[in-house]
Design a protein around this ligand. Sequence first.
Ligand SMILES: Cc1ncc(COP(=O)(O)O)c(C=O)c1O
Length: 387
Amino acid sequence: MAFGRFLLPLWPLDPVATYLNHGTVGVVPIRVAEAQQVLRARIERHPSKFMLRDLWTFTGSADGPTQMRRAAAEVAAFVGARGDDLVFVDNTSTGVNAVLRSTPLACGDELVVTDHIYGGLLTAVNYTARTTGATVRVVEMPYPAFDPALAVERIAAAVTPRTKLVIADHIAAESAIVFPIADMVRACKAKGATVLVDGAHVPGALSLDVSAIGADYYVANLHKWAMAPRSSAFMVVAPAHQSLLHPPVISWGLDQGFTQEFDWVGTRDPSPWLCAPDGIRFLQDLGYNALRKYNHDLAWHAAQYLTGEWGTELQIDESAVGCMVSVMTPESIGTTKADAVRLRDRLLFEHNIEVQVHARAGRVWVRISAQAYNDRADIERLAKAVR
Ligand SMILES: Cc1ncc(COP(=O)(O)O)c(C=O)c1O
């Protein structure tokens, strides 16, 4: 087998721990962290030259693309986008906030989200509504018994002439459901909506072709499954929206064009973005297609094995599973958020297992992330610890 616990030394993880949480907090491979250190040392030899000439220039570069644009072109090629449509942001939260702040909203306008939206983003959406008078419409997705066609139908049905923005997950945070995102985008756009896709978990986990999805905005993290150093994320923006979109922090790039504006929002450590291509090369060297298949197969195995061990129900199809899966625990574990936190902490402090645990639909669920360094023994350890 090409993957499994024997690969653990490629990451700095504690070898006695069971890390099933790559989806929540990604782990940077040692090789990528070393490349970042080399880059940082290079920057520090001539910091002004690097930051003010190589990284970004006020007037654009006479000597070909800047370092930011070179990295953007490599990431764009990996995710199926044009380099000129892609900008780096600190994280998915920043990208989504940029869109929310740049969307003109008035009293009575609507923001459509689903009940699977990541909690931090729901907070940002509610804040936007609070400060503009817009209304938030939360669409209930068919879950735990997941039905992709019904998901498309329900989100499209929520779009009205007052809808100013729809936010849809490609892979949901807690449920880990892989949504039929291209169909959802198509159905919402057919009703005239502007659509933002939250792809925080997608690069490195699923084969991604952003242009085929056709969203107005596609925002995603590179610091989860794409092995980039924290914090590193990108957004791909359809040309029609680029001149209206601004980063949450306004700086020198304002009115200099879309990429110029996002490439400099004050002095920052650029190494996480510039090393994103190192993360991509790491995935490719591991065997990117084989890796995704291994992770998916392990997640799907976990779904079947754990529901069998715990006597709970599996109500999703394999097509809704990527490299993560959420499994219902026995009723005896509890039903509330407090019960979920209790289980999460007991798993860590008594069994040295780190895994995402949440409460949903009146039950406690464990969300397993399957990564190259995990194998079936990790899932068996989790099954036993919960029992
Ligand atoms: C689906 C989803 N969206 C957005 C985020 C936020 O990502 P970040 O904290 O990198 O902004 C997360 C974080 O786990 C997530 O799971």
